[in-house]
Write a protein that binds this ligand. Sequence first.
Ligand SMILES: Cc1cc2nc3c(=O)[nH]c(=O)nc-3n(C[C@H](O)[C@H](O)[C@H](O)COP(=O)(O)O)c2cc1C
Length: 193
Amino acid sequence: MAKKVLGILGSPRLEGNTADLLEAALEGARSAGAKTERLALARLSIDACIECRRCDMNAECAVKTDDMQEIYSRIRKVDAMVLASPIFFMSVSAQTKAMIDRCQSYWVERYIHRRRAYEGRERPKGLFVACAGSSREMIFDPAKHVVKAFFAAIDYQYAGEVLLGFTDDPDLAPRKETAIEQARLAGESLVGP
Ligand SMILES: Cc1cc2nc3c(=O)[nH]c(=O)nc-3n(C[C@H](O)[C@H](O)[C@H](O)COP(=O)(O)O)c2cc1C
């Protein structure tokens, strides 16, 4: 059966650099035989976590009225996820962070109830794709911590990252082409053994 790869776009710019890198990663996954699907968080309505703590009881988010259901219904069904976000004030975008915070119920499942979701089978892989305006090397470090914690909470294996800095550079094109190729290869290897 074909593997399923979910792409989540956390950029409000639906055709920006982050979107291009995500598309390349999904293209790579398709070239390796996967079925892919892409959700743009900017098109969904996802409320911030209200820390009602109701998920402490049953490891399930009690807020059922927003588009977070689109994400919940896919997280346990796919073999891999590509999470793509621009860097906003040193971290992931607000759209991405709202989605991540609403996954607290998975954190509860793993760390409070001590239940592993994929006992006896391979855990899904999580790839991080990000773009930043700055050329500073450390610019992605805080977001990497956030995303690694997210993938650990949903019990995915962290499969690495594809990062494109200095997107404001007038000579972005050749570096972007390299990052697109890296994303394609990373997407392909999400599907491999
Ligand atoms: C609200 C906001 C905050 C930003 N903060 C940062 C930042 O802290 N560091 C940085 O390098 N770039 C920052 N940027 C620039 C974006 O990371 C950059 O433009 C990125 O390429 C956007 O990706 P996109 O092409 O998918 O829109 C910020 C941009 C915006 C709009």
